[in-house]
Design a protein around this ligand. Sequence first.
Ligand SMILES: [Zn+2]
Length: 456
Amino acid sequence: MILFIALMGYLIYFTIVRAGTFVNSPYNQRQDAFARDVIRGSITDRNGNVLAETQVAEDGTETRHYPYGSLFSHVVGYYDADLGKTGLESVENFELLTSNAFFVEKIQNEFNDAKNQGDTVVSTLDADLQQAASDALGDYRGAVVVMEADTGRILAMVSKPSFDPNDISSRWETLNTDEENSPLLNRATGGSYAPGSVFKIVTALAYMRQYGNYGSYSYNCTGSITVGDTTIPCAGGNVHGHEDLRSSFANSCNSSFANLGLQLNIDGFRDTAGDLLFNSQLPGVLDYTKSSFVLDESSPDSEVMMTSMGQGRTTVSPYHMSLITQAIANGGTLMEPYLVDSVTNYTGTEIRRNVPKSYARLMSSDEAAQLKEYMTAVVTEGTGSVLSGRSYTVAGKTGTAEYSSDDSDRTHSWFTGFTNVDNPELVITVITEGSDGSTGGRAVSIAGTILDSYYN
Ligand SMILES: [Zn+2]
């Protein structure tokens, strides 16, 4: 009898509490059986612009249509009966194939053997900002992520090269075998990049935690640092002279950061990286690649020095860098990023709405305030000064990351930062691959172009 009751209890629990999870699982092959009764719903941006919709021809043939072509190819993704689904098309599949059309209408459809119209997913994306980000990135390979600082709402997510989901089936073979460009990869969440100098945020925080007197740190930069067989030069042949931690950060001084790294307890460094979600799960809904921090007590000095300035074997995604930056903007608390504002029925009646919620505290408010001050100095007097004197304020960190040991010209350009420094508004992260040129120059100017279009 006890076993029988336990069994009943579990069935009730499964049906009421767990069912949604299983129905919505991407591994559930039966989910698409809903498509027999429901016309797949639309995905819109936050202002109601349609990003994906199903068009029904007179003979009943359904075609998934993407009005913006390749603009949202990774974040909205594609849906194809044979090829599968990605992006929001995948994670919101259950909502799109559920119809909360009005009851009387559903009865009528039942009698007429007609399909019900699926629900609409209202995303957090902003078509204008997405377009501005895509235009600013131009033909560079790379990614842009823009989110609201205080809510975690993702407003834009661009990855290039992109593809047009309208003709995915006819171009599938080409897209899928293009290993040089990997157009199907969402670089924003799935890209694994050397962080370069944007990683100095992590190193600075580790040093602040291990040395309470970090305010009195001082270093004399002579343009390079040599320990054993390893010499690390500062970017662009710069000699930075006498620096404290703030000016080392603002100047993005490689020598000073290699010097800082050598003074760190490596287990503690590793813990700080872990607190910032390296080697760990990230919040959010899209597929992503975990970031990796591999230093340990046995790592040689050369690797400690390289890692401290963002080289070495550390990898990170642009999405992850934007989360770290968002937490700094929010006084240490990471707001859980999200992509769906609400789900409505096809007439616009709201079914459910997502609200901002905090995910975790990544650092103390004092630590966040200190990093914010350093990131402000980057723009007011350091490597990000191209962003000063605009109609909005910015704090951030630039970066250049070498990714090929045999060709030091091959560098990624990074920028991560936030606007409206006193009351943070937008968090923006930009990476361009394979750019030549000076420290973070390309990414920081792309960020400026995107922000100009938003604020002006
Ligand atoms: Zn230097």
